[in-house]
Design a protein around this ligand. Structure first.
Ligand SMILES: *[C@@H]1O[C@H](CO)[C@@H](O)[C@H](O)[C@H]1NC(C)=O
Ligand SMILES: *[C@@H]1O[C@H](CO)[C@@H](O)[C@H](O)[C@H]1NC(C)=O
Ligand SMILES: *[C@@H]1O[C@H](CO)[C@@H](O)[C@H](O)[C@H]1NC(C)=O
Length: 627
């Protein structure tokens, strides 16, 4: 990078300003509830690391393991504990294997594939230690998706947990044709590694804050996964900032069972814990059975949630340990309003700390909530915030059908007013471009996230893909992913808001709302896929009371006209609800798959009724009109 020549204090100040602009620091971390939190500590930290040439996560770990707290527990996994020093020694042995047996080079991209385990973390940090770039492949991928992820990152190796052999072996011949070697690992293999020679600093000293540090894949709910580039500076700053924001102390124990290949467990739990020198409690994967026992027995003080995890827990049966724990805070992203208070009360967790951020996004909002004023919001923007940053982050009106930004007579975007939902955009300046996430080997996808001529000719903005609104008190609410909101009877329907209301009906455990195309109608018609609550069956489900509930709680245009009763909803590996297949299948009897049952709410009916082929025909030949 074109760094200013460094000498003395003023040069350090210049460097700080340069890093600040490049890494979007002011913007990223200034969004604390109520106004500003100073960006100075982040700038100072990054400047200091650059001057000392210690910009890797490895360096932060090394500081903890060799100097600050070698004997403090770093990891608790399935009843076993490693101190920082013990874990560090493991990293070194794995690092020597990578260098001496596999010939991994500095800057080489190495794809890894595996579920949560101590070995997985060791492998990740060892790759960091030897100056390689880690490509975090989703361990649930098989076939074309798996091959695609390894192919786009040009890795020579796929280093894989033997546990996921069955996902990998069917693609072996394709990997061999591509020249990719599959290399298995597991606890006993890592335990057999003995070479503990220090990894020389020369493996790391060419790495700058702008070097690619890792590749993390989007979930690929719409097409093949895209690899998001994580720069070395961003990796360092996200961990540092989250640790500070959470006020993590060495005594804290932070529990996650979210998959490590994903940004949330990676950047919001693991790296912050290392910066703070506290303890990670790792769950192999989410399960009702193990969640509270693992949390309670490890004396975790913070738990991480993502997506629908909290809803799963409140729908789950009582667990002996669900209130016998030390948890002070739940920290995560995607908690829906109807889950918020029941979760806090049932599990006795004083603080819910909801964050909004995406691996491939810019900017983050936080809401540390212990009362009702800001419950359900994802952030709070005071007057001070608006004065300082109002021109850096905006919400603009969207055409929900085309997913294009709406333009006024002069061809410029239209800002949303109070409570109007719109897509969030972040301003990009030329010097920031290096710090902005892009997609690995995918210029087209990177370009698609950017838009120019928004408010004036030549300006450049980053599209978040998220619809939000802000109320007159400055509270920011997540509305929908762009593409989920749909239009019906000229109104915009937020699938999340409808799902929240449907979810309040006691005979429903989980809801997924989406719009379906119906021949002869503009826009989309609302449909709700529902899972019935425990011990409720089709014969005891009250379809009349549900119709009354929906018509009472929702404006007429957003009452779902179709129900799809299903045994289980479909989730991504990070517990986000999937809408794609349901939207594609709609309610066409020839397309609906599985044993799901479709119901509908005919215009004159007081209840949802089974939806038969003749009803579909009647809609198609227009003898019945949906209203
Ligand atoms: C729907 O959204 C668009 C774009 O945000 C907006 O212009 C329009 O007024 C909205 N319609 C209604 C009825 O709110
Ligand atoms: C991932 O795969 C495992 C088995 O390989 C399966 O049990 C699990 O349900 C899968 N998870 C998801 C989210 O697909
Ligand atoms: C439309 O389809 C329904 C159901 O198949 C049928 O009963 C009705 O006669 C049809 N009406 C016309 C006008 O074709």
């Amino acid at each position: 990078m074109a760094l200013p020549i460094l000498a003395g204090t003023s040069a350090a100040v210049a460097l700080a300003a340069y890093l600040n602009a490049k890494h979007h620091i002011v913007h990223d971390i200034s969004t604390g509830a109520g106004g500003l939190s100073p960006a100075q500590p982040q700038t100072d930290f990054l400047t200091d690391r650059v001057l000392k040439k210690r910009v890797l996560l490895y360096h932060v770990f090394e500081d903890q393991a060799l100097r600050i707290r070698p004997n403090h527990p770093f990891l608790i996994f399935e009843g076993k504990t490693w101190t920082y020093r013990q874990f560090f020694d493991g990293i070194i042995r794995v690092g020597n294997w990578l260098i001496k047996d596999l010939g991994v080079k500095v800057g080489e991209v190495v794809a890894i594939d595996g579920g949560n385990s101590a070995e997985y973390l060791m492998l990740w940090f060892a790759l960091d230690a030897v100056g390689a770039v880690t490509s975090f492949v989703n361990w649930n991928l098989t076939g074309a998706g798996l091959v695609h992820c390894v192919e786009i990152c040009d890795s020579r190796y796929l280093i894989t947990d033997s546990d996921v052999r069955d996902n990998v072996e069917p693609s072996r011949s394709q990997f061999e044709d591509m020249g990719v070697k599959i290399q298995y690992y597991g606890p006993s293999f890592f335990a057999s590694l003995k070479d503990d020679a220090p990894i020389p600093e020369s493996r790391r000293d060419s790495i700058s804050v702008e070097s690619v540090r890792s590749i993390i894949y989007s979930s690929g709910t719409t097409g093949l996964p895209k690899g998001v580039i994580m720069s070395t500076g961003r990796e360092l700053l996200v961990g540092f900032t989250a640790a500070r924001y959470l006020g993590l102390k060495p005594e804290d124990r932070i529990y996650t069972c979210m998959p490590m290949y994903h940004g949330a467990a990676h950047g919001l739990c693991t790296t912050p814990a290392i910066h703070a020198g506290c303890t990670i409690v790792l769950g192999r994967k989410f399960s009702h059975k193990t969640f509270w026992p693992e949390v309670a027995k490890s004396r975790a003080t913070i738990i991480q949630y993502v997506g629908e995890l909290c809803r799963y827990l409140i729908n789950g049966p009582p667990n002996e340990y669900e209130r016998k724990h030390c948890v002070q805070m739940a920290w995560g992203n995607g908690m829906r309003p109807d889950v918020w208070e029941p979760f806090r009360e049932r599990f006795n967790i004083p603080i819910i700390n909801e964050l909004y951020a995406a691996t491939d996004g810019l900017g983050a909002t936080f809401n540390r909530n212990a009362g009702s004023f800001t419950a359900h919001t994802i952030g709070l923007r005071g007057a001070l915030w608006n004065w300082r940053y109002g021109d850096q982050e905006v919400r603009v009106k969207m055409d929900v059908d085309t997913e294009d930004i709406m333009r006024d007579d002069n061809g410029f975007a239209i800002r949303c007013g109070v409570n109007e939902p719109g897509q969030v955009l972040h301003r990009l300046t030329p010097e920031m471009l290096a710090g902005v996430p892009g997609y690995y080997n995918n210029e087209k996808a990177t370009a698609k996230r950017r838009i120019s001529d928004v408010f004036e000719k030549g300006d450049l903005w980053f599209k978040s893909g998220d619809m939000m609104r802000q109320d007159s008190d400055g509270r920011v609410f997540f509305v929908d992913r762009l593409g989920d909101t749909f239009r019906w009877k000229s109104e915009n329907v937020s699938t999340n808001e409808v799902a929240d209301m449907m979810g309040k009906y006691t005979q429903i455990a989980e809801t997924n709302v989406y719009g379906v195309a119906v021949p002869g109608y503009d826009g989309r018609v609302g449909a709700a896929s529902i899972v019935m609550a425990d011990s409720v069956t089709l014969s005891t489900f009250d379809f009349q009371a549900l119709a009354t509930h929906a018509r009472t709680m929702l404006p007429g245009y957003s009452v779902p006209l179709f129900l799809r009763v299903t045994p289980a909803l479909e989730y991504t590996g990070t517990l986000k609800i999937q809408k794609g297949r349901l939207k594609r299948e709609g309610v066409d009897p020839d397309l609906v798959t599985g044993d799901d049952k479709i119901y509908w709410l005919p215009p004159t009916s007081d209840r949802y009724l089974p939806f038969e082929r003749e009803d579909w025909e009647a809609i198609k030949n227009k003898s019945v009109r949906l209203t």
